[in-house]
Design a protein around this ligand. Structure first.
Ligand SMILES: *Cc1c(COP(=O)(O)O)cnc(C)c1O
Length: 382
């Protein structure tokens, strides 16, 4: 009997590959350096709860999310390890941070004051990490080259607020996948910010800045913790890192679709919306039950390829909401019920390039209606 989840389109999530990646990355870190596993955006589309549970079992030190709801979801599922919210939280949700025991980033003095009041009213301490903008141009205390006394003063004020426990400080690199000079400029600014706090007698427990690219390329930036995301899921952040002897990462997700029909079509037949494709020869087309409603970018119409029976087959015509067609003329043995691989090793990154995007986006867009089927110890788990 086929698993009912695997009758249409599904994503196989290989927790053994996740474990391999985790261990490989861990092995790059010095003793004592903490590991924060990124599980935002439903663990980059892999399913936040099973991934978080696996990372907890593996001994990760912390999980990082983008919003309170993501943290709540993990707590409701029984995750008890520290959770850090890297995104802004509206003060209206301040109580929920306390309720769910989520560590919050703080990016300015005003919001820190509001969180401080909320925590005091509850008679609790809210753990926070100070976010410093060293050049990402997004959120955080803005640290420029030159005089930062006023900023340092504000950060020191945050550290003195009652109701808050300032546990750490962090920044985020904008170009660690290629621009070493800019990354080192940002890193230097971050170290300056740390020094400015230390000069004020403030010594925080966890200073951190490195995401995946920095983990791959800049060990000098590891400090007390790293925050890798995409590498955990088996993808590199740039061409250069693919050649690294280091981690040997394994893609965790394989997106698969079961061929719904195989149809013989004459030369000249038009295919799909807008009739953008016209067959040049008598062809056999496999209808795949996956479309942009499943997260496949429509921009890949007439461009992307999928893997069937070990061969790359082009998608013909527009990608529809729920279906698309692959040319299997050169694979006479292919029949309905056979499986096409859409994303996976050797597929996702090429497909992302064709769509002018990155593997991150394709993975995040794998739609909720696609069942995630988990594998562990070489076996499908329920
Ligand atoms: C998303 C994110 C990360 C992880 O980035 P990757 O490139 O996937 O490793 C780390 N830190 C912050 C602040 C993030 O927003």
């Amino acid at each position: 009997m086929l698993d009912r989840r695997e009758l249409r389109t599904w994503a196989e999530i290989d927790l053994d590959a996740l474990e391999h990646n985790y261990r490989a990355l861990r092995a790059m870190l010095p003793q004592g350096c903490r590991f924060a596993g990124l599980v935002k955006a439903d663990a980059y589309g892999h399913g936040a709860v099973p991934v978080a549970q696996k990372l907890e079992r593996l001994g990760a030190d912390l999980l990082a999310v983008a919003c309170v709801d993501e943290g709540e979801q993990l707590r409701r599922a029984g995750i008890s390890m520290p959770i850090l919210c890297l995104g802004q939280t509206h003060p209206a949700l301040g109580e929920e941070l306390l309720q769910w025991d989520i560590i919050q980033e703080v990016e300015d003095l005003d919001s820190a004051r509001v969180f401080s009041e909320i925590a005091q009213k509850q008679g609790k301490k809210l753990k926070v990490h100070i976010k410093v903008d060293t050049g990402m141009g997004r959120l955080g205390f803005r640290w420029e080259d030159g005089d930062n006394q006023a900023v340092a003063q504000e950060m020191a004020q945050v550290c003195a607020l009652p109701g808050l426990e300032v546990e750490g400080m962090f920044t985020h690199f904008a170009a660690a996948d290629g621009d070493e000079a800019y990354t080192m400029t940002q890193f230097t600014r971050f170290l300056d910010a740390r020094k400015a706090l230390e000069e004020r007698g403030i010594h925080l427990k966890i200073y951190h800045c490195g995401a995946s690219s920095a983990v791959l390329h800049y060990p000098c930036t590891y400090l007390d913790m790293v925050r890798p995301g995409i590498v955990l899921y088996g993808y590199y952040t740039d061409e250069d890192s693919r050649g690294l002897d280091g981690p040997g990462l394994i893609p965790v997700m394989r997106l698969k679709s079961r061929i719904a029909a195989v149809r013989a079509m004459p030369a000249g037949a038009k295919v799909s919306y807008g009739c953008t494709a016209e067959l040049k020869r008598p062809s056999r087309l496999a209808v795949l039950p996956i479309g942009y409603g499943d997260g496949l970018p429509r921009v890949l119409s007439n461009r992307m390829e999928v893997m069937i029976s070990g061969k790359l087959c082009p998608i013909v015509g527009r990608i529809c909401m729920d279906m698309c067609m692959a040319d299997v003329t050169d694979l006479p043995e292919v029949k309905p019920g056979d499986v096409a691989e859409i994303y996976g090793p050797g597929l996702t990154e090429q497909t992302a390039q064709l769509a002018d995007t990155i593997s991150y986006e394709l993975l995040c867009h794998v739609a909720p209606r696609i069942p995630r089927v988990y594998w562990e110890n070489g076996q499908r788990i329920s």
